[in-house]
Design a protein around this ligand. Structure first.
Ligand code: CA
Ligand code: CA
Length: 322
């Protein structure tokens, strides 16, 4: 009888374990968005469930600014479509005017984003570095209350790692797990100054806390970028990575890792385009197109940010492999 009990346990438990494992192993990451409490949190946080991407576990890319064949074959792909929301008056007229595609994945240490951007005129490279007469200090770098870091050909990245934890709308970001909004610019950066591509703290008129957190992310390499320009082809490529540990905070002081279950986080992207001054009659950007929308003109007071979802998963993208 003593021998039969363990055997009986094994007979009973192993099929249960197998069934559990099969369920866990075959759960698709986007199913994390189907739960009722996630849907309720999305409404509370101004997040759009229909805008979603999966950050699969993939191979570590060669972080050099170039996008080589197959380098992102195991990533999720995105591209500009008419679903992106244009915040400027000028509509995108053609693929020559502005077009882009991109990829997202992680390797267990960093979240990687790669962009391939077609832009017919590189601001500050093929044009004068013209600025709005209202702000001649547009290109001041490293001062919180002056300078427009977003002015130029740029990418704006928003991450709200604690969306499901806090379940509140974000208006003014704090630059940490409660809400990151940070700028990549093709022709200026905090670390390289005017003329060197890279990251800049968002501004002006953001809080001291946000400024310091953005600066810390850049100086401590929590966020890093590499750029490759193809002037003849009117094209540039950018690889951007965010360190998971210290970057993707899902509850206070807790960062997403390979041991964490599938976790939807708030995510949004904007691609900005400045060309010659005649293409910006209002002296602002020529284009600013958003993946998950932007606060609307009738919400200028609260400026609640819109979010889509990026589902962080330790699973690999079987479908994307070559
Ligand atoms: Ca590369
Ligand atoms: Ca441009």
């Amino acid at each position: 009888m003593v021998f039969f009990i363990p055997m009986l346990y094994r007979l009973l438990l192993c099929p249960l374990c197998l069934a559990f494992c099969l369920t866990a192993c075959t759960t698709r990451p986007e199913q994390a968005l189907d739960e009722d409490w996630v849907k309720e949190a999305a409404i509370k946080a101004n997040a759009v469930l229909s805008r979603r991407m999966i950050s699969w576990k993939g191979e570590t890319p060669n972080f050099d600014g170039q996008i080589e064949k197959g380098e992102y074959a195991d990533a999720s792909h995105f591209m500009w479509t008419e679903e992106w929301v244009e915040a400027m008056i000028q509509e995108i007229a053609s693929q020559e005017d502005l077009f882009f595609e991109g990829w997202v994945k992680h390797d267990g240490e960093h979240l990687y984003l790669a962009f391939d951007i077609r832009d017919d005129i590189f601001y500050g490279i093929e044009t004068e570095r013209w600025v709005s007469p209202e702000n001649p200090l547009t290109h001041v770098i490293g001062e919180r209350e002056r300078g427009y870091p977003w002015f130029g050909d740029m990418i704006e990245i928003l991450i709200y790692g604690r969306l499901l934890d806090l379940k509140v709308p974000i208006d003014d970001v704090t630059g940490d797990g409660r809400g990151i909004q940070i700028i990549y610019n093709l022709t200026k950066s905090l670390e390289g100054g005017v003329g060197v591509p890279g990251m800049l703290p968002h501004g002006p008129n953001r809080t001291v806390e946000n400024w310091e957190n953005n600066k810390r992310w850049i100086l401590e390499d929590i966020i890093e970028t590499k750029t490759k320009r193809y002037d003849e082809a009117n094209r540039y490529t950018v690889e951007l990575r965010v360190r998971l540990n210290g970057g993707i905070e899902i509850s206070e002081g807790v960062y997403w890792s390979m041991e964490t279950e599938d976790t939807p986080i708030g995510f949004n992207l904007s691609i900005g385009d400045v060309d010659t001054q005649d293409k910006s009659p209002d002296n602002s950007l020529h284009h600013e197109t958003w993946w998950a929308g932007k606060w609307t003109s009738d919400d200028r007071n609260t400026r609640k940010k819109f979010w889509g979802f990026l589902v962080m998963t330790s699973k690999e993208n079987g479908a994307g492999r070559e």
